[in-house]
Design a protein around this ligand. Structure first.
Ligand SMILES: *[C@@H]1O[C@H](CO)[C@@H](O)[C@H](O)[C@H]1NC(C)=O
Ligand SMILES: *[C@@H]1O[C@H](CO)[C@@H](O)[C@H](O)[C@H]1NC(C)=O
Ligand SMILES: *[C@@H]1O[C@H](CO)[C@@H](O)[C@H](O)[C@H]1NC(C)=O
Ligand SMILES: *[C@@H]1O[C@H](CO)[C@@H](O)[C@H](O)[C@H]1NC(C)=O
Ligand SMILES: *[C@@H]1O[C@H](CO)[C@@H](O)[C@H](O)[C@H]1NC(C)=O
Ligand SMILES: *[C@@H]1O[C@H](CO)[C@@H](O)[C@H](O)[C@H]1NC(C)=O
Ligand SMILES: *[C@@H]1O[C@H](CO)[C@@H](O)[C@H](O)[C@H]1NC(C)=O
Ligand SMILES: *[C@@H]1O[C@H](CO)[C@@H](O)[C@H](O)[C@H]1NC(C)=O
Ligand SMILES: *[C@@H]1O[C@H](CO)[C@@H](O)[C@H](O)[C@H]1NC(C)=O
Ligand SMILES: *[C@@H]1O[C@H](CO)[C@@H](O)[C@H](O)[C@H]1NC(C)=O
Length: 877
């Protein structure tokens, strides 16, 4: 044992000169450390879940895609890894962003001995992650998780914990009920003198990079940072349970049903159709990968809208949708965009959102906010605009509905105009879209009529290929790779089945022998859109990124639009049946959606299915992203396209928030508008999806090539539930150019007072299990209490396939939960987890011994306890 307190003093690197533990790059970066730990933990939790569901868990390989499929279980059908990667990227990118947005904040990096502040960032972050998960705000939870992990990982690189010889993680960092001064009872503050490069550790204590003088220390720092990441993930898993934990990590079937429904008096037919559809989707996809993992329903009327229903339970969706009735309002404009705003902020990103309405929008002022949310979430909006008669609309009537066409175009969805009577024949598009492997092969829109030829590759992995055309008086022909053709007038031909309703043509391409280059030629007098979709596991996700300098260089996601006049950089993640390995990407281009003009990017493969693409001269008009490549398993060429319309902007809006909001307290969100062009008066609009009151200046004067700061003050109502997330959109509209935006997800969190986890005690354990486990059982009892804490909210078995039952008793004013566990000897491990109302986690773990041995040492303590014991013994002084 050590003899001096000073020996264990934590010295921390004072300043920059550090290079990596970088966000993205080669070697052991924050992202690789996070990725390794996250994958390992997902693997473990999937295994535990499969065991409790008594099904096998055997990934066919090591890729994320194979892990996803094995974890989702025995469902039949295709599932794409795109949303899994998207969720992981939400964690990874926020992890990396800490080096840009908080480069000079000591607590975020455990620089300059900001231990107490760093500890508080971690534990507050974890509390907010748990509260967000309980309120089903998974994206907010992922983003906070990414940032918190960065800080936790930096501890091992930026402190001298490793130099002090510790072989274990410093568990107190993730314990809100523990202080950390106990350990760093320090006698020296370190400071510059402590960093003398002539003393050991030579060259300073930063272990960010693996260099000659610190290779071993760097490796230890990486190993401990990985272990610490696993411990933090385990704590979150304990608090929310296996299934919720996996959902946070992006393990879910990607089909989501999201309906936004006008419920005014004239909407009776549409509501009946929406009910029929939701029942059909739920019933026909049960037990397949296409079974939706989440249901979202937003009614709107006049003047009310919402509330947002969000559930993973199909029966709840059925019940809620059957409660809808058509009342009030009339054919007058309604609160459609407010309803859509709720759906866009509540649905996972890249969702398909279906709106049913027969009236124009009353809240048109939200159009730009909605477009910003569409671009930020990359969700696709389909609008069924119904009316009673089939007569075409006059110019004035058409103009009233233009906002819906704009939203559909911006998102790559469709604005479908159909009579009320014909609606049921138009809604097959919803069934087509409800799949866990939806991909877009082609999407183009023309604002004027004329003749257009569009070609596209269909690859062998695609199934259920469908083309959709919208427009009036469309004439078209379809040409197959072998040169066969089918005109629009033949509805059941050699190539496809064509169904026309309202302004929509749905072209179901026959599945036999259809790989190769197809063409569709179109002739029309008015605006039209073309979209080709299918089901495939080959897909991709992307984000605009910017390179940033400073001590820790890296890439950060640009939330708004990329900057005009600069090369556009994108980070793509490619996903296929078994990862990206079999896929050779040959071309990545930005495609003008309105002119098919393509600008190719320079491709740099950075490993793990990630590709950095640089486009030097991006289109100035709206564009989407297209990739082409070859699938070496089937030797067929493929193409995929995104549908969200993006464009470069001359100015950008930036806001950085890293604290949670308190109920009843004003919350200040500073933001910065920077232009690389003309200055002038910018108009500012802030909107939030919870209708919290806000105060801000409506204009901001920015000089040419300059920047200016503004502040939005959000007045959080006192009765806001802890764990609520609010999506705040700050829009700036320039004097000459259109708008840019920043979208922030903020969390409201009540002040936490209970930091103590529930305590768990094991007793009355059955002695041993025989070697042949088949016909034997074992059991144990537990007593669980939460002392003076917030009270126990949930108790469950985190591991083990046995039966667990419990009941509560009052004993001398204390609530004791008495539990009994009984399992087959073939399931020898059990972990009983108790979570209090604040998300503090206590666990009991036990493994019954087999054959002639005694009983293994039981751990009555929370999972960190064994580590804690060893740490305390080292610092025993
Ligand atoms: C479109 O394609 C058709 C069939 O391949 C061809 O006959 C026609 O010339 C093309 N039109 C244009 C404008 O390229
Ligand atoms: C996709 O196609 C398969 C057969 O090719 C069919 O069984 C399935 O119902 C189709 N799925 C949808 C959503 O239409
Ligand atoms: C399949 O298509 C190829 C060319 O794309 C053609 O040569 C072949 O005859 C087709 N086979 C059948 C069975 O249609
Ligand atoms: C902004 O700066 C660029 C180069 O730094 C210059 O070419 C441009 O004229 C400036 N724009 C304005 C409006 O001052
Ligand atoms: C706004 O942000 C830009 C880019 O991050 C920065 O250069 C500028 O100094 C900031 N402006 C203000 C007023 O803080
Ligand atoms: C275990 O016992 C059962 C019957 O009690 C027997 O059928 C089985 O073969 C035994 N397994 C082994 C591995 O001995
Ligand atoms: C466990 O439950 C089984 C029935 O499910 C019962 O027969 C047995 O006595 C219980 N306890 C033990 C230790 O097996
Ligand atoms: C509960 O709080 C009281 C007063 O703070 C204290 O005396 C008592 O020991 C606490 N009980 C437990 C179980 O922590
Ligand atoms: C478990 O709790 C009950 C109720 O408080 C108590 O009677 C019993 O003695 C406890 N058992 C143990 C082993 O602590
Ligand atoms: C658990 O309970 C179920 C149903 O109550 C029973 O069939 C099963 O045998 C029990 N398992 C154990 C290990 O006791």
């Amino acid at each position: 044992m050590r003899s001096s307190v000073c020996v264990v003093a934590l010295v921390v690197l004072v300043l920059p000169a550090v290079q990596t533990f970088v966000p993205i790059g080669s070697g052991m970066t924050h992202v690789t450390i996070t990725g390794n730990a996250v994958m390992k933990k997902i693997h473990e939790v999937c295994g535990a879940l499969a065991e409790s569901e008594k099904r096998p868990f055997k990934p066919t390989g090591s890729s994320a895609e194979e892990l996803l499929r094995a974890c989702l279980g025995t469902h039949t059908g295709e599932v794409s890894g795109a949303k899994f990667h998207e969720a992981l990227n939400q964690i990874y990118m926020q992890n990396g962003i800490v080096d840009r947005d908080y480069a000079s904040s000591n607590p975020h990096h455990f620089n300059n001995e900001a231990f107490i502040e760093g500890h508080s960032l971690i534990t507050k972050g974890v509390t907010s992650i748990k509260a967000n998960i309980r309120s089903n705000n998974l994206q907010a939870a992922r983003e906070t998780l990414g940032r918190v992990l960065h800080t936790l990982q930096d501890f091992y690189s930026h402190s001298n914990w490793v130099e002090l010889g510790y072989k274990n993680t410093y568990i107190n960092l993730i314990r809100p009920d523990q202080t950390i001064n106990n350990v760093a009872g320090k006698c020296s503050h370190g400071g510059k003198d402590d960093l003398s490069s002539t003393q050991t550790p030579r060259g300073g204590i930063s272990k960010d990079e693996r260099l000659g003088h610190n290779a071993a220390l760097h490796d230890t720092a990486v190993a401990l940072a990985t272990d610490a990441t696993l411990e933090l993930l385990e704590d979150i898993r304990g608090a929310v349970g296996n299934k919720e934990f996996l959902r946070v990590m992006g393990i879910a079937r990607s089909a989501v049903v999201c309906f936004v429904i006008d419920t005014t008096g004239s909407m009776a037919e549409e509501i009946i159709e929406a009910k029929r559809l939701s029942h059909q989707i739920i019933d026909s996809n049960k037990g397949t990968q296409n079974e939706p993992s989440e249901y979202i329903l937003v009614p709107f009327n006049d003047p009310s809208f919402g509330p947002l229903l969000r559930t993973t339970d199909a029966e709840v969706m059925k019940k809620e949708i059957s409660k809808l009735t058509a009342t009030g309002g009339g054919d007058e404009p309604e609160m459609c965009l407010s309803g859509l705003q709720l759906a866009l902020t509540g649905a996972p990103s890249s969702s398909s959102i279906f709106i049913f309405t027969d009236a124009s929008a009353k809240d048109m002022h939200l159009e730009r906010t909605i477009i910003a949310l569409i671009k930020s979430t990359k969700s696709t909006v389909y609008i069924f605009m119904t009316r009673r008669s089939a007569r075409s609309l006059n110019i004035e009537e058409r103009a009233k509905f233009q906002v819906y066409r704009n939203l559909a175009f911006a998102s790559g969805g469709q604005a479908i105009e159909v009579t009320k009577a014909n609606l049921p024949s138009a809604t097959d598009i919803i069934l087509d879209t409800t799949t866990s492997a939806l991909v877009t092969v082609l999407h183009q829109a023309r604002h004027t009529g004329g003749v257009g030829n569009f070609s596209f590759f269909l690859d062998a992995s695609l199934s259920n290929v469908t083309a959709y055309l919208t427009g009036t008086n469309l004439k078209f022909s379809l040409y197959s790779p072998s040169g066969a053709s089918q005109p629009h007038s033949v509805s059941n031909g050699p190539l496809a089945t064509i169904q026309a309703v309202g302004n929509l043509q749905r072209i179901r391409i026959n599945s036999a022998n259809n790989t190769g280059l197809w063409q569709i030629s179109i002739q029309t007098t008015g605006a039209y859109t073309v979209k080709v979709t299918g089901q495939s596991s080959i897909s991709f996700v992307y984000n605009f990124v910017e390179e940033f300098g400073g001590p820790h260089k890296g890439f950060a996601i640009i939330d708004g639009l990329p900057q005009k006049g600069l090369p556009v950089k994108l980070l793509l993640t490619i996903t296929g049946q078994k990862g990206a390995e079999a896929l050779k990407i040959q071309q990545v281009a930005l495609v003008g959606a309105a002119d098919n003009n393509m600008v190719n990017g320079i491709i740099k493969d950075i490993g793990g299915g990630n590709i950095l693409v640089t486009v030097d001269k991006p289109p100035v008009e709206e564009f989407a992203v297209m990739i082409k490549g070859e699938d070496s398993t089937t030797s067929s060429y493929f193409q995929r396209q995104t549908t969200t319309q993006m464009h470069p902007s001359e100015f950008f809006v930036k806001a950085v928030v890293d604290s949670t909001m308190l109920p009843g307290k004003d919350f200040h969100v500073p933001f910065n508008v920077t232009t690389n062009g003309a200055g002038g008066v910018f108009s500012i609009t802030a909107e939030n999806d919870k209708n919290f009151p806000m105060k801000y200046e409506k204009t901001l004067t920015v000089s040419s090539n300059g920047s200016a700061l503004g502040t939005v003050i959000v007045q959080t109502p006192a009765d806001t539930t802890s764990g609520t997330d609010i999506t705040l959109t700050i829009l700036a509209a320039g004097p000459v150019e259109y708008s840019n935006y920043v979208v922030l997800r903020l969390s409201v969190l009540a002040e936490v007072t209970d930091f103590t986890p529930p305590k768990c005690k094991i007793f009355d354990v059955s002695p041993v299990c025989p070697l042949n486990c088949t016909h034997s059982n074992w059991d144990l009892s537990v007593n669980i209490t939460d002392g003076n804490g917030s009270g126990i909210e949930n108790i469950y078995t985190q591991k083990g396939s046995g039966n667990f039952s419990y009941y509560s008793v009052e004993d001398g004013g204390v609530t004791v939960v008495m539990g009994y566990y009984n399992a087959s000897c073939c399931s020898p491990d059990v972990i009983v987890t108790a979570v209090d109302k604040e998300g503090n986690v206590g666990t009991c773990a036990y493994t019954v011994q087999t054959i002639n041995g005694g009983v293994s040492l039981s751990l009555f303590l929370p999972f960190w306890a064994s580590v804690l014991v060893s740490v305390l013994s080292i610092i025993n002084i």
